[in-house]
Ligand binder design. Sequence first.
Ligand SMILES: [Fe+2]
Length: 450
Amino acid sequence: MTESPYLHGNFAPVLEERSDNHELPVTGSIPPDLDGRLIRNGPNPAVVPTDETEYHWWAGDGMVHAVSIGGERATGYRNRWVRTRALASRLGTPAPRGPSEPVDGPANANVIRHAGRTLALSESGFPLALSSGLDRARLHDFDGGLLSPMGAHPKIDPTSGELIFFGCDVFGPPFLRYHVADDRGALVRTETIDLPRAVMMHDFGVSATRAVFLDLPVLFDLDLAARGRSVPFRWMPDAGARVGVMPRDGDGDAVRWIGIDPVSVLHVLNCYDEDGDRVVLDTVRHDRAFDTEPAAGIASVVPVLSRWTIDVRHGRVTQRQLDDLPVEFPRVDPALAGLPHRYGYCAVLSDVPARPTFGGLVKYDLLRDESTRFDPGPGRQASEPIFVRAADGKGDDEGWVLSIVHDAAREAGDLVILDATSFGGPPVATIHLPVRVPFGLHGSWVPADA
Ligand SMILES: [Fe+2]
């Protein structure tokens, strides 16, 4: 039996749900304007697989971790499994309410807040709306409007408050749907987009006027699915690659497809319009992916930040590598989603591609073509950086970067708060969490008044 790296070290699941409703120890000073809760999702199998060979990091049950902050204090920590129907059935606990025939996925990849709902997301199922205590879940299908899974990387328009997302259905056409929910969470638009095949499409770009889809050659493989692979996708570069640009107010037939060289992208940093006919898409580019057996969990090559300038009128995509540092989990200030950005934040990967794990963080200044790294220190590894604009923040980097750091010496997690304007310096505050927090995927800062 081959040991899975994604069940050991700080990838190993935690098997206890905690409710630490008391003040947590802090080193440094928590900024007074941070008032809310950091929520973060990630795979955490409730039953540790006995055959590790087949285990893929993305297959585990979801667990959401939450750290509450307010009044310059850290006021609590809790973690809860995301109670999907599959998990409830295995645990013998009540199933989540919701539609009678939902598409059930692990809801382990992301957790967002929109229109008063906290939604746990994966790309293979319906979202689960979580109660504020995270104890209860309800399958959410937008009042019956959702007919196929919802992707894990929706965008929230900072101006309109709309939730813009897509969903892929690997089991039959239409393979791709585009959706918009208004600022009150009502599904107001669904467009069917004609794709010839089922692909892994994990993220996309949304500018102020356009949506950009990535039809890249990581293809759904029915044979792998039949063999029980939890992530049944395969790299097939001969299938070709293209980006599709659609006006946000257009219909599915209005997508303009532009061919590119085969490449893989899991995550998009941001997307914005430039000079009318061009769209800029900052991505983390993988030269290939899902070309190992079983598929790698983070990366099988060195992923790097890359700027794609899409000339819509002439049908051309120009790619420029922005750095050679191995990175993933790119994040931008949510207030600039779909708008021009100067700064971006990523987690730095270590030991790529041999045995990928996390290092520190990096802040990119894309105007000056500079980067600043944050080193969490010996025996410490960071995770996705989440930017929170300061209450009086005017400049594009005036805010805080939050990241859960694993401290091997303490065998526990720290929530590190960095001042983004002095990124390479020591954290302004480190909240010492009572337990280990396994490496996870994505999360959000939820202001107390959201
Ligand atoms: Fe993701």
